[in-house]
Design a protein around this ligand. Structure first.
Ligand SMILES: Cc1cc2nc3c(=O)[nH]c(=O)nc-3n(C[C@H](O)[C@H](O)[C@H](O)COP(=O)(O)OP(=O)(O)OC[C@H]3O[C@@H](n4cnc5c(N)ncnc54)[C@H](O)[C@@H]3O)c2cc1C
Length: 295
């Protein structure tokens, strides 16, 4: 790589100044696990690199009913965090199943989101958990729901001069589950991944359900129709009245609707046909586990 200006600021304000100064010429470098291969394969020739690993954005905290995760927090740290495991189980599991130990140690949550792969493992649990990203630039700060952050493969709402500062995950009462299918058991990108969040009132009535699919559309996808058929349903043995049952048939209906909302493609990892088949099974299994229903 010749003629690249490289900066490693140690203050966020300094980084934002550089990003504002160089605008579209600037490329943010975090762990480099997505970016550096693209540079090495000549897909990308950055003029200015701004490294964000020295800005103090590596933290996991609990504040105001939320988990706050700095954008430069490595995936390995998220996978190993007892706080994340307790408050956002699906995110912890997605981090644990992502890549390999070396890649998890370098790769960050902000990079996983900003890279905007439809198969990004951390995106679906964050959508299912209703997380937001805080975006900052020299002009100020804005907060965007993760489900609205992605615009297409490799495309996000990030503007030149802007970076992801942190991810905020609301801490809720319900249960979240993440399931991933790859071409092998470890060190593999998702053929399909699924994250769900289900909250059962008194352990019997579904009062909140969220379903997200990865590698099944141009962007990590929230499946609102699937969620809709679960809201208000009660477990078959429930003493609560007046709602539809949350049983095997309903869970399969929700899984069918989730897949109907998706638009998978054929690629080197799987065919669209296989993704639909496998995705439906994964959604049903994840929902059953989160709701406590045997299927
Ligand atoms: C062998 C291998 C296996 C992998 N396996 C998986 C896997 O199983 N699952 C998975 O999801 N991913 C996987 N990945 C992809 C990658 O490791 C992750 O997406 C990782 O989290 C990217 O983070 P990073 O810090 O390395 O990002 P970088 O490579 O540094 O950056 C990626 C992109 O995001 C931008 N960026 C980074 N941080 C920010 C920020 N804070 N604000 C704005 N823009 C930013 C960069 O400019 C760049 O465009 C794998 C990669 C490799 C090489």
């Amino acid at each position: 790589m010749k003629d690249v200006l490289y900066f490693a600021p140690t203050e966020l304000t300094e980084a934002l100044k550089l990003l504002a100064q160089y605008g579209e010429k600037a490329t943010i470098l975090a762990g480099g696990t997505d970016l550096v291969p693209r540079i090495n394969y000549y897909e990308l020739k950055p003029e200015v690199l701004v490294y964000i690993g020295n800005l103090g954005l590596d933290y996991i905290e609990q504040s105001d009913g939320k988990l706050i995760i700095g954008a430069a927090t490595p995936t390995a740290k998220i996978a190993a965090s007892p706080l994340v495991a307790e408050k956002a189980a699906a995110l912890a599991e997605a981090a644990r199943l992502s890549a390999s130990p070396a890649i998890r140690t370098a790769g960050t949550i902000g990079g996983n989101l900003a890279n905007a792969s439809p198969a990004a493992d951390l995106a679906t649990p964050l959508i299912a958990l209703g997380a937001t990203v805080v975006l900052v630039s020299a002009k100020g700060e804005r907060e965007v729901a993760v489900e609205e952050f992605f615009k297409g493969p490799g495309e996000t709402v990030l503007q030149p001069g802007e970076l992801i500062k942190e991810v905020r995950v609301p801490i809720k009462k319900g249960k979240s589950v993440f399931l991933k299918l790859g071409r092998r058991k470890a060190m593999t990108l998702s053929v399909v991944n699924v994250a769900v969040y289900v909250e059962m009132e008194k352990g019997q009535r579904c009062v909140d359900a969220r379903v997200a699919l990865g590698a099944m559309a141009p962007v990590p996808l929230r499946c609102k129709k699937a969620e809709g058929v679960l809201q208000g349903c009660v477990l078959p043995m429930s003493a609560l009245e007046g709602a539809e049952f949350l049983d095997k048939a309903r869970i399969e209906k929700a899984a069918e609707l989730a897949i109907a909302e998706s638009s998978p493609i054929d690629d080197q990892r799987a065919t669209a046909w296989y993704r639909r088949k496998a995705g439906k099974v994964l959604v049903a299994r994840a929902l059953a586990a989160a709701a406590g229903v045997a299927i």
